[in-house]
Design a binder for this molecule. Sequence first.
Ligand code: HEC
Length: 85
Amino acid sequence: MVVTNICAGCHGSGALNSPKIGDAGAWAPRIGQGFDTLVKNAINGIRSMPPRGGGADLTDKEVARAVAFLANKAGGKFTEPPLDK
Ligand code: HEC
């Protein structure tokens, strides 16, 4: 799974000052930016977060699903976009 294999590498422990999985306080201001902004920043990278979390072969949709998963673990209410068939 994308989150476990890639995103948790940093977000699991809060490495590089990343917002930790399940840390509502750290995620709240980020969630407040809205889903589209979060996805765009996750795809393009933001400060010490590399584009796609370093998962260069991830599709935009895979990244968007992982963003929804991470944010929702910390109080977000986003809908994971369905995977293409
Ligand atoms: C190499 C470490 C690393 C990996 C791997 C990583 N991230 Fe991050 N991520 C960060 C850091 C550091 C930040 C905080 C960046 C900042 O705001 O300074 C961050 C921030 C974010 C944010 C908030 C962006 C914003 O606009 O505030 C989202 C969403 C995010 N990551 C999603 C993901 C997803 C999805 C994955 C897996 C595909 C992932 N990250 C993998 C380090 C990582």
